[in-house]
Ligand binder design. Structure first.
Ligand code: A3P
Length: 343
């Protein structure tokens, strides 16, 4: 069964499309026979060493856990399988439009990872935060105790209060940041907002008008899509609470063209045994992106709201933005120890 979301569906709003992704997943009934993996992923690596966490067959995870994640587990099933709702051991804190959904979905291919499907917005939303940590835990999917839960809320990266709040929950949590070339990311950000306006039949400014201050002809640093792309400024706030070793930077541009090596770096960072393989990722020419293969019967691509066609932007504005981001990028490379070939 293959689900392919085309660019034609780009008109849906983000909330809808993200929850739609979950709806795209067929629900599999738990069946003892499914304990036998259909996918070669588990058998391929030979016998596991003693110190590796026990991993369940991927097919088992797909069938049973998916039901649990959707809240369909009976109390009896939860008790029988020792399932728990665990606070995340790792969070994808940003960056918006960096490829956060693709990263989460791809990591979820790993049998030891369970994703929180929705963006929870616990740490960036005062109202949610006031509900307390147990409210947050209850938003988490059911998982086996040896598995790790991962959530993603890209607003965390840019929200002032979040680093301290996450630190208070778990000062040794692992933090993932996925970045793209800053100007492309800003245009992607703009495209998402533009689409929302168009859906409501509203008019909107051109990107050039928002990104460049008409009075000074300089880059408009008050424009949110520009500010979000100044990665180093946000990271520096996080570094007041967490050492750099607790962060892993994912190259969002490479995740699009060559996802496996990026995912392998994340597996390493999370101390997970390598389980995601090329088998789990296939290029879908219609979609123009890599899609996910869980096993021989179940594939899925990300929703159409991922991979929008960007509007054409004046080259002089692109040049100006790239020049503007350049010193911030250099600092970002220096702090993170990861260099990108951003112009
Ligand atoms: P564009 O819409 O600009 O192409 P986020 O999930 O953080 O909102 O990021 C969205 C971006 O993820 C998309 O930006 C897209 O390029 C990128 N992406 C990376 N891998 C993808 C994949 N396999 N399928 C769809 N989009 C992917």
């Amino acid at each position: 069964m293959t689900f392919t979301a085309s660019r034609r569906s780009a008109g849906r709003n983000l909330q809808e499309s993200e929850s739609m992704q979950e709806d795209m997943v067929p629900s599999l009934q738990f069946d003892v026979e499914r304990l036998q993996p259909l996918c070669p992923i588990d058998g391929r690596f030979g016998p596991r060493s003693q110190d590796e966490i026990p991993l369940r067959a991927l097919q088992f995870k797909r069938g049973l856990l998916h039901e649990f994640r959707k809240g369909n587990a009976t109390k009896e099933q939860i008790r029988l399988h020792n399932l728990v709702q665990q606070l995340p051991k790792a969070i994808i804190i940003g960056v918006r439009k960096g490829g956060t959904r693709a990263l989460l979905e791809m990591l979820n291919l790993h049998p030891a990872v369970v994703k929180a499907s929705q963006e929870i917005h616990f740490f960036d939303n005062d109202e949610n935060y006031a509900k307390g940590i147990e409210w947050y835990r209850k938003k988490m999917p059911f998982s086996y105790p040896h598995q790790i839960t991962i959530e993603k809320s890209p607003a965390y990266f840019i929200t002032e209060e979040v680093p301290e709040r996450i630190y208070k929950m778990n000062s040794s949590i692992k933090l993932l940041i996925i970045v793209r070339e800053p100007t492309t990311r800003a245009i992607s950000d703009y495209t998402q907002v533009l689409e929302g306006k168009e859906r409501k039949n509203k008019t909107y400014y051109k990107f050039e008008k928002l990104a460049i201050d008409p009075n000074t002809c300089e880059v408009n640093t008050k424009y949110k899509a520009v500010r979000t792309s100044i990665y180093t400024k946000h990271l520096e706030r996080w570094l007041k609470y967490f050492p750099i070793e607790q962060f892993h930077i994912v190259d969002g541009d490479r995740l699009i063209t060559e996802p496996l090596p990026e995912l392998q770096l994340v597996e390493k960072f999370l101390n997970l045994p390598p389980r995601i393989s090329q088998y789990n990722l296939y290029f879908n020419a219609t979609r123009g992106f890599y899609c996910l293969r869980f096993n021989i019967v179940f594939n899925k691509c990300l929703a159409g709201s991922k991979g929008r066609i960007h509007p054409e932007v004046d080259t002089s504005v692109i040049t100006k933005l790239r020049k503007f981001f350049h010193p911030f990028n250099q600092k970002f490379y220096q702090i993170t120890g990861r260099t990108f070939n951003w112009p």
